[in-house]
Design a protein around this ligand. Sequence first.
Ligand SMILES: *Cc1c(COP(=O)(O)O)cnc(C)c1O
Length: 393
Amino acid sequence: MSKKKFGIYGGQYIPEMLIGVVNELETAYDHFKNNKKFNDELKHLLSEYAGRPSRLYYAKNVTEKLDGAKVYLKREDLNHTGSHKINNALGQVLLAKKMGKTRVIAETGAGQHGVATATVAALLNMKCEIFMGQKDIERQSLNVFKMQLLGAKISSVETDTKTLKDAVSQTMGECSSRIDDTFYVLGSSVGPYPYPHIVRDFQSIISKEIKEQLFEKESKLPSVVIACVGGGSNAIGAFYNFINDKEVKLIGCEAAGKGVDTLETAAAVTKGKVGIFHGMKSYFCQTDNGQIASVYSISAGLDYPGIGPEHAYLHDTKRVEYIPVTDKEAVEAFEFLSKIEGIIPAIESAHAMYYAMQLAPKMSKDEIIVVCISGRGDKDAAMITEYKKELSL
Ligand SMILES: *Cc1c(COP(=O)(O)O)cnc(C)c1O
């Protein structure tokens, strides 16, 4: 398999003006990923600043209620800034600093990656500009306020659907025009090589910790690990160190939106076809003419038309199973976990929780499910109130 690909997926399908950017990044990352000083500094930031290791919590009430497998929650929601995004932001912004860059740029959808990037930029004294679709700016005013407070400049993206995919496209264009001082902090395991590898490496601390923590508590491997999949960074992070443990079942939950039989869905594996977009070959929701389709999910973090190339490969090789979960099902799990366990998950993470609720009762009591709670749900509370109001109309 080519170093730059996962089977036939991934690669560098980019315009010429971006070649310099990815080549410089590849050289720098190859150097720093095994550099002791870099890794020591990152480790220090992850623990002292972000609060790692995140807890692996035994959800006793959930387990009793579902009356089957033991359910553990990997609490990425407890990290500084409230999601797994900080793991990758710390890694990439530190890398940028080591490369001598003075300015970072990033795309954001719901604003979680934008906030994480602006946070680390503030900490490491870097200039920061965040590109965000105009529609998302309107929907996520609290995160816009936070990013500005942290010193970032927000640029509104006005093209096409004015959401995440357009913000990614614009940020890619921007980074090729200011390569001398600027670094693009990409927020998910997508884009041209080496981004999917870099993001996966920085997020793989999630599965490394799950393995160690579960071994300490239960002296065994989990039977199943479940994570939600947008671009796929928290999922690949939660899966990575289990890929060679064939007895561990790995399940990614993608956003079905209003259902995979409607056009209002973001289920890139279930509904998508192989295509090329944002510099990579992978699965994408497309129109019959091969254009990237407009997608929909109640969860802004999963509202992306594709999936990272490593997931496309893990799907084809059947190592990971991808399951669509609808808005309605995710909202049900959001309320269940809040009421039963007193943990309000991000609506993204609730997609994974929903599938755990289906699976646990069918499993035996000596089996273990680990669910990655990728983020906390405060950001979603108002929107879900609205969603429920609309349904009862
Ligand atoms: C961004 C985000 C996601 C989706 O991104 P992935 O790269 O697929 O992990 C999921 N959960 C939360 C809380 C997020 O902020």
